[in-house]
Design a protein around this ligand. Structure first.
Ligand code: HEM
Length: 200
């Protein structure tokens, strides 16, 4: 399999970014919920937010690269088995997840820089505080950050359920394509899917 996408499947670059993002988003969500309960006397009081913020900035950079990759690359064609409703729903849910990821990262930036301090990313580089002086900035951004991350995780659950439905109910190769599993049912011996909706 190539590192680039083709009409029949995702390349390694998209696959690694997709599952890497999944891991980071889930870990950041749990870490975020845990760290806000820590007190000054806990060992992780400073370390946990440092890791959370630094990873959030790296995820932002990765997501920008992911979008650039997505639009500069060929995208796998939808399978014939997808209904029109499924095609439209997938488009909306994918778009909404990108929107939510950016909004969560942006609100995180507003929380972290509310006191004028820049964000130190693992000691490698810093992101300066550019917007200051919004009334109640830290609390307001904190509420938005929390609500949007809960909505994001809910969308991820819906998205993962759809992937399971394709895998277990429709028995099509949607999930296998994102796992990079070739030679699965639905794939011809030449490596191409026989049921891609090329004419839709
Ligand atoms: C933070 C978690 C996740 C995010 C943000 C996410 C986001 C996305 C996005 C935006 C796409 C469209 C392709 C792209 O832009 O790269 C996609 C595709 C896909 N995702 Fe996820 N995903 C997540 C987790 C999961 C999980 C947990 C599963 C399955 C258990 C899954 C299964 C799939 C599959 C099978 C596709 C390919 C759909 C197709 O070929 O049309 N994703 N995901």
């Amino acid at each position: 399999m190539s590192w680039k996408n083709n009409a029949n499947g995702w390349g390694w670059t998209s696959i690694v970014i997709h599952w890497g993002t999944t891991l980071v988003v889930l870990v950041l969500f749990v870490l975020g919920l845990w760290m806000v309960e820590l007190t000054y006397y806990d060992d992780w009081y400073r370390q946990a937010p440092y890791i959370h913020k630094s990873s959030g900035v790296l995820l932002l950079l990765l997501t920008l690269f992911r979008l650039a990759w997505y639009y500069s690359n060929q995208r796998p064609k939808p399978l014939d088995s997808y209904s029109d409703v499924e095609r439209k729903a997938a488009k909306w849910v994918h778009g909404l997840m990108y929107f939510l990821m950016f909004s969560v990262m942006l609100s995180g930036y507003f929380i972290s820089t509310a006191d004028g301090r820049s964000i130190d990313v693992f000691g490698w580089f810093e992101i300066p505080a550019l917007v200051l002086g919004i009334e109640n900035q830290e609390d307001l951004a904190g509420d938005i950050h929390f609500v949007l991350s809960v909505i994001l995780i809910s969308m991820v659950v819906v998205h993962a359920a759809a992937a399971m439905k394709h895998h277990w109910v429709d028995k099509d190769p949607t999930l296998k394509r994102m796992l990079g599993i070739s030679g699965s049912p639905g794939i011809r011996s030449d490596g191409n899917y026989f049921n891609t909706g090329e004419n839709k």
